[in-house]
Design a protein around this ligand. Structure first.
Ligand code: PMP
Length: 431
């Protein structure tokens, strides 16, 4: 065992998730390298952050640029790069009349900021969230996320009400079409909410694609109904675009795909390209209102110039390399190859998603649709042994779903290699 591996075993807190047996040293484009020099195709984009590829030269240059200027200031000192990034977001990326942004570090934090904004604006505290959602691990964020990672840590925030997530492959109302089933879920959830509400509604929060919950794409009518439900109750609609903003799903944002403008939008993973940058945007009217009520949010790293410089570089690369369109193009190619596998392997029950955010659900047989958890775990391990890093979402009640999301810069060659490895791993696992 190497000295580093021993140090890891002796001194690191184990924090859950699927741990890999080796240590890693490098990442470039779609490839990550371990300490023995072995390379793996990264079809998870790290933690879904490396949308323009790992260590893109533009990101590296931005870090150097910040090194020449500044990494960090006092929170009240606004760096030029932060002002510029806010302008670029407002001009080129944000939907509707969203135009005011705060910059922080992680998606969890972005959820906390969004909830604080909604609570301050409305004077309420009740939040409606989808049962299968993931909005982060910190106190407020985990209170509006799926319960599985919240158990054992005490009392969650009060006032959270659950809307069942639309899942056409595992519907709560079999027999209805996809849109009708999603609207029936929502209707029932809203009726129950209205019965229980203390009239203190603050927000409805939703991921445009319910990603960790199994890569589920809600029908457009569902998202529009959420908009109406929020308006009818004086609540704010929050879109958590940690994964969907900036091209991953083939549109600039999830809001654009659904043609629904939220009141607050959170962005994180895909903005920092691998560095810890997150943002929360809202309208000038909401910002004015909460500012008058003394809205506060300052941390050690609010408005950091280093990560803002990187964010500017990421957005510039996405525009220059046409990566929004490329997500559609490469997404269609990857999806076609995955659907080819589905035709040959009965254990692949469903292929779904948007752009380069795809889900492949594994079942023991297509009739019962029982989740093939053991097969999923084994095949994922075999993929890794063969040089492909894959993320499988395994939830007892939600099935076993590979979330397949390579960088938007992925080539058809890399897609071919990855799908060939996946097929070989699957074939071996089935024997
Ligand atoms: N929202 C969504 C939709 C996410 O996918 C995640 C991360 N999985 C988060 C929020 C939390 O972000 P972070 O891990 O950066 O705190």
């Amino acid at each position: 065992m190497s000295a580093f591996l021993k140090a890891a075993e002796d001194h690191l807190v184990r924090y859950g998730g699927d741990a890999f047996p080796n240590l890693f040293t490098k990442a470039k484009g779609t490839v990550v390298t371990d300490s023995s020099g072995r390379e793996y195709l990264d079809f998870t984009s790290g933690q879904m952050c490396a949308t323009i590829g790992h260590n893109h030269p533009a990101i590296v240059a931005a870090v150097h640029r910040a090194g020449e200027k500044a990494f960090h200031f006092f929170s009240g000192m606004i760096p030029e790069s932060v002002a510029e990034l806010a302008q670029v977001l407002a001009d080129d990326w944000l939907p509707g009349d969203l135009s005011k942004t705060i910059f922080i570090n992680t998606g969890s934090e972005a959820t906390e900021v969004a909830l604080r904004m909604a609570k301050m604006y409305t004077g309420g505290y009740e939040v409606l969230a989808l049962g299968g959602s993931w909005h982060g691990i910190t106190g407020g964020a985990s209170s509006v996320s799926m319960a599985s990672d919240r158990k054992g840590y005490g009392v969650p925030a009060p006032g959270v009400f659950v809307i069942p997530e639309p899942n056409p492959y595992r519907p709560y109302f079999p027999g209805l079409d996809e849109e009708a089933a999603a609207l029936a879920n929502l209707d029932l959830a809203l009726k129950l909410y209205d019965m229980q509400s203390a009239g203190k509604g603050a927000a409805i929060i939703v991921e445009p694609v319910i990603s960790a919950g199994g890569v589920l794409v809600p029908p457009r009518a569902f998202m529009q109904a959420l908009r109406e439900a929020a308006d009818a109750r004086g609540m704010l609609l929050i879109f958590d675009e940690a994964q969907t903003a900036f091209g991953r799903i083939g549109t600039r944002t999830g809001a654009e795909y659904f043609d629904v403008v939220p009141d607050i939008m959170t962005m994180s993973k895909t903005l920092g390209g691998g560095l810890p940058l997150a943002a929360v945007s809202t309208t000038a009217a909401i910002e004015e209102d909460i500012h008058a009520k003394h809205f506060t949010y300052y941390t050690s790293h609010v408005s950091d110039p280093l990560t803002a410089e990187v964010g500017l570089a990421v957005l510039e690369v996405i525009a220059r390399e046409n990566l929004v369109a490329r997500a559609n193009e490469m997404g269609a190619y990857l999806r076609g190859r995955l659907e080819g596998l589905q035709q040959r392997y009965d254990v692949i029950g469903d292929v779904r998603g948007l752009g380069l955010l795809l889900g492949v659900e594994l079942v023991t047989d297509r009739e019962s649709r029982s989740p093939a958890h053991a097969l999923g775990a084994l095949t994922t391990r075999k993929c890794f042994e063969k040089g492909l890093s894959m993320n499988i979402r395994r939830r007892p009640e939600r099935g076993s779903v590979w979330r397949i999301a390579p960088p938007l810069t992925v080539s058809t060659d890399e897609i071919d290699q990855a799908v060939d490895i996946l097929e070989a791993a699957l074939r071996e696992s089935l024997h």
